[in-house]
Write a protein that binds this ligand. Structure first.
Ligand SMILES: C[S@@+](CC[C@H](N)C(=O)[O-])C[C@H]1O[C@@H](n2cnc3c(N)ncnc32)[C@H](O)[C@@H]1O
Length: 458
């Protein structure tokens, strides 16, 4: 049954004297959200060809490289699940809802930015927008921040799948970034929210809708936006977005900042995506430019004070530990050299590939990075293990190839089952239709893929 509190709130605030439109809006609750994917730059032609061959119809949307996906009638969904296609496993595309693809597109001005920015993704997991930031800002260094431990594995998996040599991870409550005054050139605050966007998904979110919960989450959002405005450089730009539609989590959060900081920032773009109008999930996006420093005192609440002290203590301890342990990798990774622009670091038993950037070097001394760049190998007994995706960062032009010859063998490989009779022990580059799938170690005349378990085709 529909939640009357929810209906009343929206009738009163958005659809007064518009009963037909309210009805259209409410009718979206039962619908499923249209499926869209975002394809990586320079992979568009190849991914479109492969997916069309697999029975998908791709329709362009108003965002470059984002396509609406429909199934051909003779399509067998069990056989060709999008998430298990080889292009998905290789990180050539990300399944992302159209409205959710807007914030980063708007932050980047719909173009690939070649500047070397320091960027903060303040609330990052599961990483859809972090990986999009990396595509739109390839020469920048991105901090993906996520304080909720249970949401980390998904973030790590997505970063690994999509490639993350210019991304570092921090684990702070985003509010604490306000102590890093004017540090970031660009910020994405895709805030935790009440999630009214699920309105278009036929889920239970609306059933549990209550103004009391919304007020609580709006308080957190205000603190996060406050922190983001502090840590944004003068002249820097940021996005505030939520997947909610009510006023408290959106317009009123901006209004609270306006009251506090006056004209220290300007809102240069603002849009609310309505399910019944935009045919997307519900979404709110505002683009903000910082004009001058913020003078007002910080919000002083006891709980914040306490967390801050704890944070500073652990921060110093962690930083020292981190700085000591992360060192340039000086070992031999023969027969390969690293690709231009990539440096390898060694951290305990891991080898990390990091895209060279001054901004990345600077941030390493400022915050504790739980992960820096992409882990491409682990070292066990002097051997490189689990280096499946290392080819992304190495010069493999002289590495021996194994060419997968048909889709059945491809399926075997993607499922993690062995391919045998392929020669002597050594590293070998696995390819299919001119696309590299992995770098594997061939032992006892066979190989099987070393993707993380989650990414194996099932
Ligand atoms: C809307 S989700 C982010 C989705 C993500 N940007 C994406 O596109 O994949 C909001 C995230 O904020 C995190 N979060 C919750 N409290 C937070 C806080 N105090 N500071 C920063 N992030 C927080 C949640 O754990 C959640 O992962």
């Amino acid at each position: 049954m529909i939640n009357e509190r929810f209906v009343e709130y929206f009738r009163e605030n958005f659809f007064q004297n518009k009963p037909k439109e309210l009805e259209q809006f409410l009718s979206c609750i039962e619908l499923s959200i249209p499926r869209t994917i975002r394809i990586k730059p320079w992979k568009e032609e190849q991914v479109r060809k492969n997916l069309e061959w697999d029975g998908w119809i791709l329709t362009p949307t108003n965002i470059n490289r984002v396509f609406a996906m429909d199934r051909r009638e003779d399509f067998d969904p069990l056989e060709r699940r999008l998430g298990f296609s080889s292009d998905h496993l290789l990180g050539n595309f990300y399944i992302q809802e159209l409205a959710a693809a807007h914030p980063v597109d708007i932050l980047a001005g719909s173009r690939i930015n070649t500047e070397s920015f320091l960027i903060l993704d303040m609330a990052a997991s599961p990483g859809g927008k972090t990986t999009q930031l990396a595509e739109y800002f390839p020469n920048s260094f991105i901090i993906a921040n996520e304080p909720t431990r249970e949401r980390l594995p998904q973030l790590l998996q997505n970063l690994e799948r999509m490639g993350s040599a210019n991304i570092g991870i921090t684990l702070y409550p985003g509010q604490l970034y306000r102590h890093q005054e004017e540090l970031f050139d660009r910020i994405l605050l895709d805030a935790p929210c009440s999630g009214e966007w699920t309105l278009f998904k036929g889920t239970d979110a609306v059933k549990h809708w209550h103004l009391k919960n919304i007020k609580e989450i709006a308080r957190l959002q205000t603190k996060l936006l406050d922190a983001a405005l502090h840590t944004l450089k003068i002249g820097g730009e940021m996005i505030y977005s939520t997947c909610s539609l009510n006023l408290l989590e959106n317009e009123w959060v901006l209004e609270a900042m306006r009251e506090k900081y006056g004209n220290a920032f300007e809102i240069i773009f603002q849009k609310k995506f309505w399910p019944h109008i935009d045919k997307t999930g519900g979404f709110f996006v505002a683009k903000i430019r910082k004009i001058s420093s913020l003078n007002a005192p910080l919000i002083n609440e006891n709980i914040e004070e306490k967390t801050e002290k704890e944070w500073r203590k652990s921060e110093i301890k962690n930083q020292n530990k981190n700085n000591k342990e992360l060192k340039l990798f000086r070992g031999n990774i023969s027969p390969w050299n690293t690709q231009d622009g990539i440096t390898l670091y060694e951290h305990e038993w891991k080898i990390l590939a990091i895209r060279n950037s001054d901004t990345g070097d600077r941030i390493r001394d400022t915050v504790f990075l739980m992960r820096y760049g992409e882990q491409i190998w682990t070292i066990e007994h002097g051997k490189f293990i689990s280096g499946n995706r290392a080819w992304r960062y190495l010069d493999t032009s002289k590495t021996e190839l194994y060419i997968i010859s048909n889709i059945w063998e491809l399926d075997t490989y993607l499922r993690g089952e062995p391919i045998s009779n392929i020669g002597d022990d050594s590293y070998i580059l696995i390819t299919f239709e001119n696309q590299i799938l992995g770098l594997e170690y061939r032992k006892w005349d066979f190989i099987s893929n070393t993707f993380s378990h989650e990414w194996r085709r099932k």
